[in-house]
Design a protein around this ligand. Structure first.
Ligand code: CAA
Length: 391
């Protein structure tokens, strides 16, 4: 990350956010309902973000990125998610997919992959989850990587992989030593087209329907040993360090969805007349808006502080990233549900965007660690870990 003076960083951030607001208003918001309805990956929006240098905000300039802060990055995700949660994932998952390389990769790997990811020429993805291994990411992982000569041969199946079918590079986590638990997991960069690597089932989902979620299959898939990220056995720690920096991105998506729904509910509450006055002036609805606003602002403060901790490399970033994801995800769910309530029958109809926002909000309580896992991480950081469970 480049070192910037505070004034310089905030000027640059203001310029980026102005640009993003304009792009969102002109190009993203008008497409949001269609993207959801057609369940298609919006390549036009991806190109727009690539051309506007939004796909490599926290990538250092020496690797072709903007060298921006994580704070700027989360604000960009938030702005996009106010209008279209699926589109915000284009930016967030590009970051998730490149972070294993940025955090754990060699100089050669960084030079080879990061500039293409930053420019958007290549799409990145992150493959940790398996059918039997979601929350228990280390203990239940089954995908194996066995060293043969100067290659690792991968066998196994990953599921629920965001952008897995459109990705050019996927960071895959696999067991290299089954005797060592979390310390027997390693990380690999796998390029699209590697023999033995294929895309399986596409999920049909409740929300974020413009963001592809797929199964990835590895069958006798030989990956060059040079694609091992970091030392053998370091993969799980890399995966966790990545989540410390990517969970704020999902928190930002959640916050953006919540703000978008609050904006819709506020406008409606001002305009809709019942019993002779705007419903927002009826205490029942006015107080709902008051609670929604308070929750959104509280979540925002927590998220921005977590992002600042990412920028500072603070030792308690794991705790803050988990708290931000927990709070923002829960606020997104409650605020979008209340927005549907404020709009009543219209809120339940696809004529207004709040029903989509409510469907999109739900995933933020599930992926990048369920809310239950965030609480586990938070409590372990506050209280301490305690004895390891018997396996
Ligand atoms: N940073 C560095 N190291 C860490 C770490 C962190 N944040 N968290 C754990 N570690 C280390 C531990 O110190 C430990 O090291 P030692 O063995 O040397 O002591 C090792 O990793 C194992 O850690 P734990 O014993 O804490 O592991 P655990 O099995 O108890 O599980 C967990 C930890 C927090 C539950 C973890 O499995 C977890 O986060 N699960 C949820 C997985 C998840 O978030 N998946 C999301 C998939 S990505 C996604 O959803 C993307 C998308 O679609 C957009």
């Amino acid at each position: 990350m480049t070192v910037q003076t505070h004034a310089h960083a905030s000027d640059e951030e203001a310029m980026i956010l102005d640009l993003v607001r304009e792009l969102v208003a002109e190009k993203v918001a008008p497409r949001a309902a269609e993207i959801d309805e057609k369940q298609e990956y919006p390549r036009d929006i991806k190109e727009l973000f690539a051309q506007s240098d939004l796909l490599g905000i926290p990538i250092p300039t020496e690797y072709g990125g903007l060298g921006g802060t994580f704070l700027t990055y989360v604000k960009v995700v938030e702005e996009i998610a106010k209008a279209c949660a699926s589109s915000s994932l284009i930016v967030a998952v590009q970051e998730l997919g490149m972070l294993p390389i940025l955090i754990g990769g060699s100089e050669d790997q960084k030079k080879k992959y990061l500039p293409k990811i930053a420019s958007g020429e290549w799409i990145a993805a992150y493959a940790l989850t398996e059918a039997g291994s979601g929350s228990d990411a280390a203990g239940s992982m089954r995908t194996r990587a066995v060293k043969r000569g100067d290659a690792y041969v991968l066998d196994g199946t990953k599921i629920f992989i965001t952008n897995g079918d459109v990705a050019d590079v996927v960071c895959v986590f696999a067991v290299t030593d089954p005797e060592k638990g979390a310390n027997g997991i390693s990380a690999f960069v796998v390029e699209k087209g590697t023999p033995g690597f294929s895309v399986g089932k596409h999920e049909k989902k409740m929300g974020i329907r413009g963001s592809p979620t797929v199964e990835l299959v590895f069958e006798n898939c030989a990956v060059p040993a040079a694609n091992l990220i970091g030392p053998e056995g370091e993969g799980f720690k890399i995966a966790m360090k990545v989540l410390d920096k990517s969970r704020p991105g999902i928190a930002a998506q959640a916050l953006g969805i919540a703000q978008g729904a609050l904006d819709q509910a506020t406008t409606y509450a001002r305009e809709r007349i019942a019993f002779g006055k705007p419903i927002g002036h009826q205490q029942g609805v006015g107080f709902m808006i008051a609670d929604m606003k308070t929750e959104v602002e509280a979540a925002r403060l927590l998220l921005y502080e977590a992002a600042r901790k990412c920028d500072a490399g603070a030792p308690d970033v794991t705790l803050w990233a988990a708290m931000a994801k927990l709070k923002c995800g829960d606020v997104a769910m409650s605020v979008t549900t209340d927005a549907v309530q404020v709009l009543g029958g219209y809120g339940y109809s696809t004529e207004y965007p709040v029903e989509r926002m409510m469907r999109d909000a739900k995933i933020t309580q599930i992926y990048e660690g369920t809310q239950q896992i965030q609480r586990l991480v938070i409590s372990r950081n506050v209280i301490g870990k305690g004895p390891a469970p018997a396996r």
